[in-house]
Design a protein around this ligand. Structure first.
Ligand SMILES: O=C(O)CCC(=O)C(=O)O
Length: 254
């Protein structure tokens, strides 16, 4: 079975040992650095507005090994649509209620794939992602606001679409990743364990997908843009100082 066959059957697939321990350590330091820089935010909310002036973030999502995986699913002309560290702290990490990603996104067509990169080991104990295989065949549903329970997205899919008995835990080691479809139903439980659970979501689009409402972090990462579809941002330069994190080879970063 190929990655694509598994993805088409289940709506997700796991790929092991993609990034090396040194880069994962830098990503882990990056999360700590971001949290110090943004004291008002929960660590589950480190997302796209922080990316345009963050060369390490752009360096990470444009890593050749990640793009090689993304290319299997969306082809060789690849842009970033969005990215989000979903870092659930030990003891009080928030749940992500069941949802389909595409219900939130202004993309036309909804041709997009997510890489969920494990920055920490991710297990049922610390609130790993859970997926309901096969639900990528369900069309995108209207979201329901949900504020009575504290949760990352303040919303969920109607429970009539969710058969939790079929949910699969996506258990990953740091440096592994999973790839998931924009229609597949997924979520994760709270982290009440003594271990942090951090993952980086990276939403990759082929350059034929139009971003219809600006999302703030559109970069062309590989291949060619399609004229008239999206205007991509220039990569942030590394200028040093307090407003950017230093990283390996940052002096050579364009
Ligand atoms: O990190 C999680 O627990 C959930 C991730 C998620 O919902 C997503 O990648 O869309």
């Amino acid at each position: 079975m190929s990655l694509i066959d598994d993805y088409n059957r289940d709506g997700y697939v796991v790929v092991r040992n993609v990034l090396d321990a040194d880069l994962i350590k830098e990503a882990s330091n990056h999360v700590e650095w971001l949290m110090k820089k943004n004291p008002g935010r929960r660590p589950e909310q480190l997302w796209q507005d922080l990316i345009p002036n963050d060369p390490f973030w752009v360096r990470l999502v444009s890593d050749r090994r990640l793009l090689d995986v993304a290319q299997e699913f969306i082809g060789p002309d690849i842009a970033l649509f969005a990215s989000h560290y979903l870092c659930k702290p030990a003891g009080n990490g928030l749940p992500v209620l069941w949802h389909q990603d595409g219900s939130y996104w202004p993309l036309d067509p909804m041709n997009v794939t997510t890489i969920w990169l494990a920055v920490d080991d991710s297990t049922p104990e610390n609130g790993c992602m859970r997926v309901i295989p096969g639900t990528q065949h369900l069309k995108l549903q209207q979201l329901k606001e949900r504020k009575d329970v504290t949760n990352v997205l303040s919303s969920e899919i109607d429970s009539s679409f969710v058969d939790e008995s079929k949910a699969v835990d996506i258990i990953l080691k740091a440096g592994d990743l999973s790839v998931h479809h924009p229609n597949v139903i997924h979520g994760s439980n709270a982290n009440t364990s003594p271990k942090r659970r951090c993952g980086l979501t990276i939403r990759y689009i082929p350059t034929t997908t139009r971003i219809t409402v600006p999302w703030g972090c559109d970069f062309l990462l590989r291949g060619a843009a399609v004229p008239g579809i999206n205007d991509y941002k220039p990569f942030p330069k590394y200028v040093g100082g307090d407003s950017q994190m230093a990283f390996r080879d940052c002096a050579q970063w364009q």
